[in-house]
Design a protein around this ligand. Structure first.
Ligand code: SAM
Length: 280
């Protein structure tokens, strides 16, 4: 293992906060994460933000079907050097912003397993992107700031239950794989990290259009989370007035005084079916 601190110093590259660069510097931790994913030599893996290859190396030792997408151009020659030092020449390295990556094009009709120690500043965006592209993604193993992972896992009635929890739990069965302390990284982050596994549901309860409505209803409801649904749902997201919202809540059998944070994913689905006839 080439240690990230040493390699970055040699090349006079500074880890950038704006790209969420906290590199795993403990090879045992990296191996343990990859072992827990259960991938095998047939698994087609897409890694987000390989950095200096901490996860890439143990993944590439299991499967040769590996594509990695790294935004920071400065890291590409270092990653190549690390891969060469392990005599690995089968990894497809793409220098690109993952947020602009066409996942379906990379998948070519097959299901990918997505992995990544995510740049924390854009991890929610990446999760929404994977949810949208889940026809091409069977499962994902992603490292988040622990606080965000707790929000993703939070259930109704919990203060941390949010738009991200409801949308993620609609799309996948989510589990906590492992918590990791700051000592496993260089530079050390100020926060703990958590790896979550996402097993995306293969069947869908909604058509793509209805799913979009569901996400809009969830967004609207949480946009004013301290207000009751009869007020929070009124506004630009859905474009519906108070009497219409009251009628939709009644037909969904949801008390108008309830707040978004008390609604289960199933109730959001029922509410979407009730709201849908009023949407143009
Ligand atoms: N996987 C490496 C590890 O575990 O040591 C690096 C993890 S580091 C937390 C996040 C990585 O994502 C960095 O290499 C960073 O340059 C890269 N990155 C940041 N923004 C990105 C983006 N929009 N698309 C692709 N990679 C990105």
């Amino acid at each position: 293992m080439i240690y990230p601190g040493q390699l970055l110093k040699e090349k006079q590259i500074y880890a950038g906060k704006e790209m969420g660069q906290n590199f795993l510097s403990n090879p045992e931790t990296a191996r343990m994460i990859v072992d827990r994913t259960g991938i095998d030599r047939h698994t087609r893996v897409l890694e987000i933000g390989p950095g200096l290859g901490a996860l890439t190396i143990p993944i590439a030792k299991i499967t040769r079907h590996l594509t990695v997408v790294e935004k920071d151009r400065r890291l590409i020659p270092l990653l190549t050097q690390v891969l060469e030092s392990h005599e690995i020449d089968w990894v497809r390295v793409v220098n690109q912003d993952f947020l602009k990556t066409d996942i379906a094009a990379l998948a070519q009709g097959q299901k990918l397993v997505v992995m990544g120690n995510l740049p924390y500043n854009i991890s929610s965006q990446i999760l929404f992107q994977l949810i949208r592209a889940r026809d091409s993604v069977g499962s994902a193993f992603l490292m988040f700031q622990k606080e965000l992972a707790d929000r993703i896992l939070a259930t109704p009635g919990n203060k941390a239950y949010s738009r991200l929890s409801a949308v993620s739990q609609y799309a996948a069965d989510i589990r906590r794989l492992v918590n990791i302390g700051p000592g496993a990284f260089f530079p050390k982050p100020a926060v703990d990290s958590t790896v979550l596994s996402f097993d995306f549901f293969s069947s869908r309860s909604f058509s793509p259009d209805m799913e979009q409505q569901l996400f809009t209803v969830i967004k609207a409801a949480f946009s004013k989370r301290r207000k009751s649904l009869k007020n929070s749902l009124v506004g630009p997201d859905l474009g519906l007035d108070k009497p219409t919202i009251a009628q939709a809540l009644k037909s969904a059998d949801i008390a108008p005084e309830r707040r978004a944070e008390t609604l289960s994913v199933k109730e959001f689905e029922t509410l979407t079916r009730a709201v849908e006839p009023f949407l143009i």
